[in-house]
Design a protein around this ligand. Structure first.
Ligand SMILES: [Zn+2]
Length: 286
């Protein structure tokens, strides 16, 4: 079987070594993992998450009386923070997820990428996506890059048109550097093609699949008294995993519609959903 996320990671190592615009990235601090994303369903091909964002400002959820607008209830005060992921001695700065099998089945047809890369070069759609996620890695603060407009001024969008143009330029620079075709070769096969050639597709995932490390809420130890309301709602008691290591990783096999944990199946019985979404729908962030 082919471990797809390993191949993506090796390609990333090659890209950052050849393209100066991405030379600030140490791929050892980037963890590539797989999520299930069906080809027929709408959704992202890949995503980039920073684990280096600072703690949020203290906040609470609140409820208002519909008629008077007065504050009736609020939650306890909390901050949100990023979990820590450590692989060996290194702290991971970014997680990049790959949606399988959707990522393998993306095509240029009818997308803006077809105009850029031309027909028939389907694998460039996937290379563009990989470069896109790497380009999200901020060169200065370990967060997510702030997009700029064409004139260089900051943009409020994460995906300003200049962002896509930069990605296309980096893809061309990489190709012009004459990389070893063997590094990109896996991109030339769609999911069915991979199954035919390798007999199966696997990827690195977190053990509590489909959960993965995400920012969590932490109750402030010292609770401010304000604002005074009739009722203070306690934050849900739940254990948020704050530290992940390689012991939290597991390899899974991906099929067109499902996944299966490889080896050590008993651990797959552990409860899922470390991060259930328990926030009341009417709650608003302060
Ligand atoms: Zn993006």
């Amino acid at each position: 079987m082919i471990n797809y996320t390993d191949h993506v990671r090796l390609l990333m190592v090659d890209v950052v070594s050849r393209v100066p615009a991405l030379s600030h990235i140490d791929v050892r601090e980037v963890l590539v993992f797989a999520r299930l994303g069906r080809t027929s369903a709408h959704g992202a091909y890949a995503t980039c998450h920073s684990l280096m964002l600072p703690d949020s400002e203290p906040a609470y959820y609140y409820w208002r009386d519909r008629r008077t607008g007065a504050l009736t209830r609020r939650s306890e005060w909390f901050i949100t923070r990023s979990p820590e992921v450590r692989i060996g001695p290194r702290r991971i700065s970014h997680l990049i997820s790959i949606a399988l099998p959707r990522f393998c089945d993306q095509t240029l047809k009818d997308t803006h990428k077809e105009r850029v890369y031309g027909r028939g070069k389907e694998w460039l759609a996937q290379l563009d996506t990989i470069v896109h996620e790497l380009y999200h890695v901020d060169p200065h603060e370990g967060g997510i890059r702030r997009s700029v407009k064409g004139d260089g001024r900051p943009s409020t969008q994460t995906h300003a048109p200049q962002f896509f143009r930069d990605v296309q330029r980096i893809v061309r620079e990489y190709l012009a550097s004459k990389p070893d075709p063997a590094v990109c070769e896996f991109l030339s096969l769609d999911f069915d093609g991979l199954l035919r050639r390798y007999g199966g597709v696997t990827g690195t995932t977190f053990r509590d699949f489909p959960a993965f490390p995400q920012r969590y809420r932490e109750r402030l130890a010292k609770q401010p008294r304000a604002p005074r309301v009739a009722q203070i709602v306690p934050l849900p008691e739940r254990t948020c995993q704050r530290l992940y290591t390689e012991a939290d990783l597991a390899e899974r096999e991906f099929t067109a519609h499902s996944t299966r944990r490889l080896e050590d199946q008993s651990a797959g019985q552990r409860p899922k959903g470390v991060y259930p979404h328990l926030v009341p729908s009417q709650a608003a962030r302060r």
